[in-house]
Write a protein that binds this ligand. Structure first.
Ligand code: 2AM
Length: 178
């Protein structure tokens, strides 16, 4: 079976700890493990080994200026009016957009179809079951979430495995782009 991949920025330990600090008893929330915390630059989806080789070669040549990112606020995604994800946001960054565009171009060079969805940078911190308790109260209480900026000069190719207990994200390769 083909494996699934994505490309992401991995925040450092102290940033991940500050997100983990906001994980509290909330009906219907499945909080992400430390290993699962990342900001996706590009979801790649299924790829066979030859495609992964091409992708890795293309990612090797991505270069972009380094930048700083900081956590800024929280939010949620919903489908048909039902919330399914809680996330932490990051500060607006033109350089993040530049990096994302270069990663996108690398994916296309490797033969993957263009990403048509708008880039919405976020770090998922919880998946929500069809919860009886809407997350408004949690969102309001953590609206002030913020961190010191951290320097970003690398991204990671991850393999995503769907296990019965949820998704496992395995780092395959780290790329320094700056
Ligand atoms: P999410 O956290 O908002 O769900 C691995 O699944 C990573 O790729 C997650 O960060 C996920 O975003 C992201 N992703 C983007 N598009 C996806 C898709 N179509 N299917 C699964 N994950 C996707």
């Amino acid at each position: 079976m083909a494996q699934r991949f994505f490309i992401a920025i991995r925040p450092p330990g102290e940033i991940r700890d500050s997100l983990i600090d906001r994980m509290e008893a909330l009906d219907g929330a499945r909080w992400q493990d430390d290993d699962q915390l990342h900001l996706t630059l590009r979801f790649v989806g299924e790829a066979d080994p030859r495609q992964v080789d091409d992708l890795m070669a293309a990612l090797q040549s991505v270069s972009a200026p380094p930048f700083a990112l900081a956590i800024a606020g929280v939010g949620h995604f919903e489908r048909k009016g039902v919330p399914h994800t809680l996330w932490a946001g990051v500060t607006q960054s033109e350089r993040l957009a530049v990096l994302r565009n270069r990663v996108e171009r690398a994916c296309r060079r490797a033969g993957f179809p263009a990403e048509t969805r708008k880039f919405a940078p976020h770090i998922t911190i919880a998946r929500l079951n069809r919860s009886t308790a809407p997350p408004e109260e949690w969102l309001a209480r953590h609206a002030d979430l913020a961190s010191e900026p951290w320097p970003v000069d690398s991204f990671v190719l991850y393999e995503s495995r769907l296990d019965p207990g949820g998704s496992t994200y395995e780092p395959v390769m780290r790329y320094r782009f700056a």
